[in-house]
Design a protein around this ligand. Sequence first.
Ligand SMILES: [Zn+2]
Ligand SMILES: [Zn+2]
Length: 382
Amino acid sequence: MADYYERLGISRDATTEEIKRAYRKLALKYHPDRNEGSREAESRFKEVTEAYEVLRDPEKRSTYDRYGEQGLRGSPGFGGFDFSDAIEIFMRDFGGFGGFEEIFGGRRGGRSGRRDPGKGPTIRVRLPLTLKEVRTGVTKKIRVALLEPCGGCEGSGASPGTSPTPCRNCGGTGEERHVQRSVFGQFMSVGPCRVCGGEGRTIEQPCPECRGEGRVNKDRELEVEVPAGVGSDNFLTLRGRGNAGPRGGPRGDIIVLLEVQDDSRFLRDGENLLHELSITFSQAALGDEVEVPTVDGTVRMTIPAGIQSGEILRLRGQGLPGLHGRGRGDQLVRVRVWTPQHVSPEQERILEELRELETPPPQGAERGEEKGFWAKFKEAFS
Ligand SMILES: [Zn+2]
Ligand SMILES: [Zn+2]
């Protein structure tokens, strides 16, 4: 398998910032929710996350630089890296907004004794958004199929009138001891009870409605508050609002994947929006007042006389807000002078007359255009 640096496509002297950026880009590309559960994408996701988790940590990184992957074996948290670890790492660093939501905290770590019924599984839903919704922020309703506590048994899983009883196999402790023999001798190991799954209780007469699960499938409608300024790489976590756990276990989370839909009129560049406007030669030469589409509707804009094709006009504050409500981007309007491809006989006559009168345009350096400025946006529009 490829070197960690190669997996992230970065050089060996990449900064932490570069590592983060490279990983984020690849993780979003291979994220299972964006790849219809493709096995290939899943394994790439795992590979890049593993590389990221090592390289972002200066200590692990220097160990890796000196001893390679071998050097990391046995270090805490590195005994068998699986897909759910990868998801957990990704959500830890890139889920939510700027990390003020702690996600999936404390799943790892030794647990002994009776365990409470598990938490409901996390589900992911997609939420399409328009640019207009991104501009204002929006409260949206989403429909999700959830596991809800069963009404028949009030979530216990036991048939009405009965209740769960202590597990006979483990005596209610939830633990089971095994004697193992190895070349080093005999030793005891403790694991969760196989009969009750560690819950310490079993159900003699399962509830007929949920067959002892304590939960049933139901369609639910939830309200989601989407803050202004989000992008397609943001997630929202609805903590404890997802699937009910089995037999009274706590609800899991819902992760809402935001998908900002393309709007053919605009290109988004962070908080700024780019729009291309075609005008006629006479509008460019004489100036004009025109209507320009914005995310909200339209605004009137003045085209100054003598504008050149490719010049950019700025509509202040007509872009998108920053994620934390700070500031607001602009809408940049790139003006393009449209040359007619078909002209009427009368237009032709006037243009012929104009040709006799006009002075030749300046060439090259004489034009004195702001080349750097133009080059910056050229890429965005091509
Ligand atoms: Zn039930
Ligand atoms: Zn048991």
